[in-house]
Design a protein around this ligand. Structure first.
Ligand code: URA
Length: 255
């Protein structure tokens, strides 16, 4: 029995899922299972981490699981998914865009991440690359194109905090930003980073070290060159596009 996820090999029966979709939000893990997978059943709900087992079109078993918010929680979940035989993990998340041309509601496919995350340092040195699986990444680009979903492909900034680490102070309980964070968003823009989120960097480093395949797609729910705020009116469409793209990409592989 996995200590945090709350299920074990016996719960998988005689199907051996190799692929997992990972969402920060447990309600998204549930939405993916119930609206996009066939014959989904809940394996466990433990500590806010829900996991479902369901099937893609041609009876390929897949888990839809929850990473929780941020890299420490994600690192535990990923470790436990590997223990039950998962070999491919796709993060389906949300993010804030930091380039002015990226519209809320579009999706960002991560090619690699700037990983400013403490948990990743327990897995690999700071210089270790955080790169997405090229085959999954291309499959997601092709899927987005064929579905006419507006997408961007590029580099992601993965950080540990939603407020200070992403340079928020107007919408934050803490109005003081340390000096090195005051112009961090402008610096990342100049470095051609596309977006902020809180899990991809650690996931991609773990993939390199453990030897599994990982990729990340995020729906854009904030446009940080205009405002610090989340745009809830666009959240549903952004998430739906990220999920549709991932499912179509998954179906393009023979799992
Ligand atoms: N997730 C983040 O980490 N940042 C945002 O702005 C939106 C979602």
């Amino acid at each position: 029995m996995l200590y945090h996820l709350g299920f074990g090999m016996a719960d998988l029966g005689n199907c051996s899922p190799r692929l997992a979709f990972l969402s920060g939000d447990p309600s998204r893990a549930e939405l993916i299972a119930q609206n996009y997978l066939q014959d989904a059943r809940c394996l466990a709900k433990n500590r806010g981490l829900v996991t479902y087992l369901g099937y893609l079109g041609d009876r390929v078993p897949v888990l839809s699981s929850t990473s929780g918010m941020g890299a420490p929680s994600l690192s535990i979940v990923v470790n436990e998914l590997i223990q039950v035989g998962i070999q491919q993990i796709v993060r389906i998340g949300t993010c804030g865009a930091i380039q002015p041309s990226i519209e809320v509601g579009s999706v960002i496919i991560t090619q690699g991440a700037l990983c400013r995350q403490g948990a990743a340092l327990d897995v690999a040195p700071v210089e270790y690359p955080a790169v997405a699986d090229p085959f999954w990444t291309v499959a997601m680009v092709e899927a987005a194109r064929s579905l006419h979903i507006p997408y961007h492909l590029g580099l992601t900034a993965s950080v540990d905090t939603f407020y200070e680490g992403q340079g928020r102070c107007n919408t934050s309980g803490n109005t003081y930003l340390q000096r090195h964070l005051r112009e961090i968003t402008e610096e990342y823009q100049a470095l051609n980073l596309l977006n902020y989120e809180m899990e991809a960097g650690t996931l991609l480093k773990m993939a390199g070290v453990y030897g599994f395949k990982a990729a990340c797609i995020c729906g854009v729910i904030a446009q940080r060159t205009q405002s610090e705020a989340i745009r809830p009116e666009s959240k549903e469409i952004a998430i739906d596009r990220a999920i549709q793209t991932t499912i179509k990409a998954a179906e393009s592989f023979e799992q």
